[in-house]
Design a protein around this ligand. Sequence first.
Ligand SMILES: Cc1cc2nc3c(=O)[nH]c(=O)nc-3n(C[C@H](O)[C@H](O)[C@H](O)COP(=O)(O)OP(=O)(O)OC[C@H]3O[C@@H](n4cnc5c(N)ncnc54)[C@H](O)[C@@H]3O)c2cc1C
Length: 370
Amino acid sequence: MKMRGEQEALLCGVRSLLPEMQRDALGFDEAAEFPRASLEALAELGALKASLPEQFEGLGFGYGEQGAAELLRLFMLLGEASLSVARLYEAHVNALQLIVRYGSESLAWACAEDAGQKHIFALWVTDPHGQELVLEPRGTGFVLRGRKDFCSGAGTATRALITANDRTGTRMLLVRLRPGERVLSSRLKLGGMRAAVTGSVDFSGMEVEQSDLIGEVGDYLREPAFSAGAWRGSAAALGGLAAIVECHREQILQRHREDDPHQRMRFGQNVIAYETARLWMVKVARLACVEDDSAEAIVAYVNLARLAVEAVCLEAMQTAQRSLGLSGFIAGSRMEMLCRDLGAYLRQPAPDETLTKAAAYYFRNAFPGI
Ligand SMILES: Cc1cc2nc3c(=O)[nH]c(=O)nc-3n(C[C@H](O)[C@H](O)[C@H](O)COP(=O)(O)OP(=O)(O)OC[C@H]3O[C@@H](n4cnc5c(N)ncnc54)[C@H](O)[C@@H]3O)c2cc1C
């Protein structure tokens, strides 16, 4: 598919950043530090506005067939560069898409301006077990009570779409934060995705205005957008898989072991794994962005794609580790970091339910083409 000028320029720009971002990723991982230089370089290229529709002065990444292909390409490049950067960017895109889909036009414009001024948006929707974030009426607005966990970009993202519950259900709202504001000093340390700087944020006492609410009660969970949005995480994971396949290839070549039949077999299996995941993603990106089927059909297919990508990634990591042996586990080496990051990133919510719901759908409706 032919890319459009500005969109192609952005993708070329990101591709040219790849070697630098890959080098930097090791340092950010070691220090468990937010990848500021990578995000700043992406912001310079205009990537923070790319996923806005053209009516909000974006590049339309993620909208329509062309936008689907472009956003898939972008996530694959970022995942190949650094899964933590891809994760942070994925949340930024997700938040902006929800704001455009459900928010008022004035809020969407304000957020487009913020993105243009290099504010990074986060999406923080995970409540501590059994303690949801509560939105209570106060005066003409609201006040929040509680916190969010697993917040990527905590302390650095200065805009966040969060969910909170009032008496009627779950609402989305936009919060504005200063760097470091409300971040809890957490003992939680993830073994992988360390540079995504995932922490907890305490919103207790924060005041929110009516104009910061996004959409209606229940919109966050509305299908197909809620489940179909998972395609973006899978696209980033696919980029991580590409990095593993390339690292696997380089290291076997460096050891001059490429003529060994077992090494050839394992590398061949990993190329198949990558291509299998890529083919799923091409189809699923189009389906999720164009939305030209029923919500149920879109969700079922995206759910299968998510699990298919997860399965091939898990297998490919094991295969690459088997090929490289213990050197694939040297702390701070590229393969070790890639597998640690991808292993953590693949832990997305409710995988069992995702597969069984999709299977239930295809019991009721024959799988397309069968
Ligand atoms: C790198 C990274 C960054 C993240 N950043 C953010 C962020 O910025 N904002 C945010 O909101 N979240 C974030 N998350 C959290 C994410 O959204 C999910 O909450 C998290 O990944 C869920 O993973 P889990 O394995 O704990 O899922 P779970 O859904 O708890 O799954 C764990 C296992 O339990 C099973 N299971 C699930 N539910 C049930 C049940 N009811 N009964 C029995 N078994 C069950 C599942 O099938 C699975 O086998 C991040 C996650 C990662 C990995």
